[in-house]
Write a protein that binds this ligand. Structure first.
Ligand code: GDP
Ligand code: MG
Length: 163
C-alpha cells in the first residue's frame, strides 16, 4: 500500500480526533506500536474507492506542557519520510503559534504534498478565521471540524487526487 497519509501538528490541535474521522469508514485496525515507535498510531481508511493508511503522529502527547520541540521535530521528520501526503493540523481558536511556524518551516523543505487542516471550525462564526494559515506557505487550507466531520469530505476529495 502506497497511499500513506501522515497527520502532523503540535499538541491539542485535534490530530487524534481527525485520525478517528479518517479511519471511521473501516473498522480500523489500529495498533499502538511498542518500543521506539510507541508514539505512532496506524490505521486504515477509504474514500471513494481509494484505500489509504493513516499515521497519527505524536500519539504519546497528552498535554501541551511536557512537549519538547525536538520530539515534534522528530515526528515531522518521520512523517515526511514515510508518507505520500501530509495533513498539517492547526487550530483556528489559537491561530498561528510559534510551534506551528516551526512545523511549517520543516514542511516547506519537503516536496511531499501538504494539506493544512484548519481545525475547530465548529460553526459559521468561525468561518474565515483560517485565512491566516495560508501565510504559512506550505499548502492549501481546508476548514474542518474533526469532532463532527464537517469539511473532511472536501479534504479527502483533494487528498485522494494525490494517490
Ligand atoms: P491532538 O493532541 O492533536 O491529538 O488533539 P486531540 O485530537 O487529542 O484533541 C485535542 C482537543 O481538541 C480535544 O479536547 C478535542 O476534543 C478537541 N477537538 C478536536 N477537534 C475539535 C473540533 O473540531 N472542534 C472543537 N471545538 N474541539 C476539537
Ligand atoms: Mg493526539
Amino acid at each position: 500500500m502506497s497511499n500513506i497519509v501522515a497527520i502532523v501538528g503540535r499538541p491539542n490541535v485535534g490530530k487524534s480526533t481527525l485520525f478517528n474521522r479518517l479511519t471511521e469508514s473501516r473498522n480500523a485496525i489500529v495498533e499502538e506500536m511498542s518500543g521506539v515507535t510507541r508514539d505512532r498510531i496506524y490505521g486504515k481508511g477509504d474514500w471513494v474507492g481509494y484505500e489509504y493508511s493513516v499515521i497519527d503522529t505524536g500519539g504519546y502527547v497528552k498535554g501541551s506542557d511536557d512537549v519538547f520541540e525536538s520530539e515534534i521535530r522528530k515526528q515531522v521528520e518521520l512523517a515526511i519520510d514515510e508518507a505520500n501526503v501530509i495533513v498539517f493540523v492547526v487550530d483556528v481558536t489559537t491561530g498561528i503559534t510559534d510551534l506551528d511556524n516551526k512545523v511549517a518551516k520543516m514542511l516547506r523543505m519537503t516536496n511531499k504534498k501538504v494539506f493544512i487542516a484548519a481545525n475547530k471550525v465548529d460553526n459559521t462564526s468561525r468561518v474565515g478565521m483560517s485565512s491566516e494559515f495560508w501565510s504559512l506557505g506550505v499548502g492549501d487550507v481546508y476548514d474542518i471540524a474533526a469532532t463532527n466531520g464537517s469539511g473532511t469530505g472536501e479534504l479527502l476529495d483533494d487528498m485522494v487526487k494525490e494517490f
